[in-house]
Each structure stands twice: as structure tokens, then as C-alpha cells.
Design a protein around this ligand. Structure first.
Ligand SMILES: NC(=O)c1ccc[n+]([C@@H]2O[C@H](COP(=O)([O-])OP(=O)(O)OC[C@H]3O[C@@H](n4cnc5c(N)ncnc54)[C@H](O)[C@@H]3O)[C@@H](O)[C@H]2O)c1
Length: 290
């Protein structure tokens, strides 16, 4: 059994849905958990101490260790307070699971700057701020595990979610760079793109998905990614209904000429669009251009 004894985990947005399930699973396997949740509505308005406190109560009733925190991930003070809560209660930080999220869906033409900024603030800024506040502790320990929560909507696009998809693809870049920079200090970062039945999706998914797409089926992957035995870093995985798959950004073989013109591109568009054989790194991409 993969256990987390003596490990300290921060799970943001852990009062409901996926974060709650991640927190319960890690605590059941011995981790000490900071259960962070602002306790607001799906669109990010409002706040309540209830959801975080309820999850902590559940963990402690089951013999686990957890503390509640209701700070906002999207502000520097909030992120610092979340990390401080872990240090004050448990003395270290091994795991950061950036899961807090909100929705402000609207078709692209109607989206307001407020809808756009508030979604980016929670998902992107929040993941950046909380990870960065925890980073010095992980560096010092020479060990850390970060999981960011992306979405198929970001990886593949989705109607009505220009703000959310921008944020969720942004998290892929953040994850990859934390993975690259953290490597020398034993810090690994990965992203998940889940599908699960939660308050965020219950009105969107078909009713028959409820039994199959449980949050627990996402948490299993998250727990593996934040375990010390998992060496994966900079990766992105779709996960839902019991299936897990690596998602990768690949570059096709491309087409080149010394006389690149718009007309030459029009004539050779099929070659530009070809998918195989692909390359996966910036280095290989550059080599192919030379
Ligand atoms: N459920 C899915 O199918 C699905 C699909 C793709 C991505 N996601 C992502 O998974 C994550 C969890 O979503 P969920 O489906 O469990 O939804 P959820 O609404 O049940 O959980 C999100 C939690 O984040 C909390 N939160 C929101 N803003 C916060 C803030 N500023 N600071 C602290 N906490 C805050 C909320 O109070 C809530 O408890 C989100 O990032 C979401 O975008 C979910």
C-alpha cells in the first residue's frame, strides 16, 4: 500500500468535490492535511467556514490528522496563510495539490473582463501563489510534490469557457516549468485533467455518469502522483471513470523550404499538418528547424 506517513499535504478547494476526496484519501493513508476551502459558491462569490471544517471533522473522526483553513488562494496573503497553517500545525510541507476552482461560463462574445480575470485569478494565480509560498520549504527539504488541476476544457477547448480554458491550459505551462526548475531539488510537478461528478459538473454531465465518474477515481491518480515513489514530472494526465491517459503536446514532422511564401504554404498545407513522426521537446523542435 502506498502510504504518506509523516508527509504533510495542502489541498486547496478541499471542502467539496475532488479536493475533498483527495484530502480524505491522503489522510486515510497517513498524511497530515491542510484542508483549505474558501467555502463560496461555484462562481466564486461568498465565503463560509463550513465546508473545510466538515472535511476536517470527517478526517479526525476516522483517526486522521487535519486542520482547516479558509483563506483565498488567489491573494498573496491568502496563499501565505495557507502555507503558514501547514507549517504551524505540522512543521513541514511535502505535497501541494492546487485544486480550488470556480466557473464563470459565458460565450466568448459576451464574456466580461471580470468573468475572465476572476477565473484566471483562482485557477492560475492561485496555483502559482500557493506553490510559490510552499516552494522554499520544499527546496530546503530537497523534496516536494505538486499537482495542478487542469481540465480537458483547457487542453481541447470548450464552448462557453474561454476564461476557464485559458486558465486550464496556463496551468500546463506552470506545471512544466515548476517541473523543470524543481528537478534539482527533488520537486516534481504534474497536472491532471479530470472528469468527475461534482457540484461543478452535475448540471452538465448525463445523470448516468454519477456512479462511474466518482471523485475517488480521480484521487487515486493524484495520490500516486504525490507519492515519493512516483518519478513522473512535467506530465499531464486525463483521468475519469477509472481511465488514466498521458496527454502530451507534440509537434509534427513539419515541412521546410528555403523559400517560404504564403503560396508555398498553401501548396504544402497537408505536410505542415502531418502528425507523424512527432517530437516532444523544445530541443528536438529546434533541431528540426536547423
Ligand atoms: N469536476 C470535473 O469534472 C472537473 C473537470 C475538469 C477540471 N475540474 C477542476 O477540478 C477542481 C475541483 O473542482 P470540483 O469539480 O471538485 O468543483 P467544486 O466546486 O466541488 O470544488 C471546488 C472547490 O474550490 C473552492 N474554492 C473556490 N475558489 C476558492 C478560492 N479562491 N480559495 C480557496 N478555495 C476556493 C470551492 O469552495 C470548492 O469547494 C477545479 O479546479 C475544477 O476546475 C473539475
Amino acid at each position: 500500500m502506498l502510504r504518506f506517513d509523516d508527509r504533510v499535504a495542502i489541498v486547496t478547494g478541499a471542502g467539496h468535490g475532488l479536493g475533498r476526496s483527495h484530502a480524505l484519501l491522503l489522510a486515510e493513508r497517513g498524511a497530515k492535511v491542510v484542508v483549505n476551502d474558501l467555502g463560496g459558491a461555484l462562481d466564486g462569490t461568498g465565503a463560509s467556514t463550513g465546508p473545510a471544517a466538515e472535511v476536517v471533522e470527517l478526517i479526525t473522526e476516522n483517526g486522521g490528522q487535519a486542520v482547516a483553513n479558509t483563506d483565498n488562494v488567489a491573494t498573496p496573503e491568502g496563499a501565505r496563510a495557507i502555507v503558514q497553517a501547514a507549517v504551524d500545525a505540522f512543521g513541514r510541507i511535502d505535497i501541494v495539490i492546487n485544486n480550488a476552482g470556480i466557473l464563470r461560463d459565458r460565450s466568448f462574445g459576451k464574456m466580461t473582463p471580470e468573468d475572465f480575470d476572476s477565473v484566471l485569478a483562482v485557477h492560475v494565480r492561485g496555483s502559482y501563489l500557493v506553490s510559490q509560498a510552499a516552494y522554499p520549504y520544499m527546496k530546503e527539504a530537497g523534496y516536494g510534490r505538486v499537482v495542478n488541476t487542469s481540465s480537458p476544457a483547457g487542453l481541447f477547448g470548450n464552448f462557453g469557457q474561454a476564461n476557464y480554458s485559458t486558465a486550464k491550459m496556463g496551468l500546463v505551462g506552470l506545471t512544466k516549468t515548476i517541473g523543470i526548475e524543481g528537478a534539482r531539488n527533488g520537486i516534481r510537478a504534474n497536472a491532471i485533467a479530470p472528469i468527475a461528478w461534482t457540484r461543478m459538473t452535475e448540471a452538465l454531465l448525463p445523470a448516468e455518469f454519477e456512479a462511474k465518474f466518482t471523485p475517488e477515481r480521480v484521487s487515486a491518480l493524484v495520490a500516486y502522483l504525490v507519492h515519493e515513489s512516483c518519478e513522473a514530472s512535467g506530465e499531464v494526465f486525463t483521468v475519469g471513470g477509472g481511465r488514466v491517459a498521458r496527454v502530451f503536446v507534440a509537434e509534427g514532422p513539419g515541412w521546410k523550404t528555403d523559400d517560404l511564401t504564403p503560396e508555398a504554404l498553401a501548396d504544402n498545407w497537408d505536410a505542415v499538418m502531418a502528425e507523424q513522426p512527432y517530437v516532444l521537446t523544445a530541443g528536438d523542435s529546434m533541431k528540426a528547424m536547423l
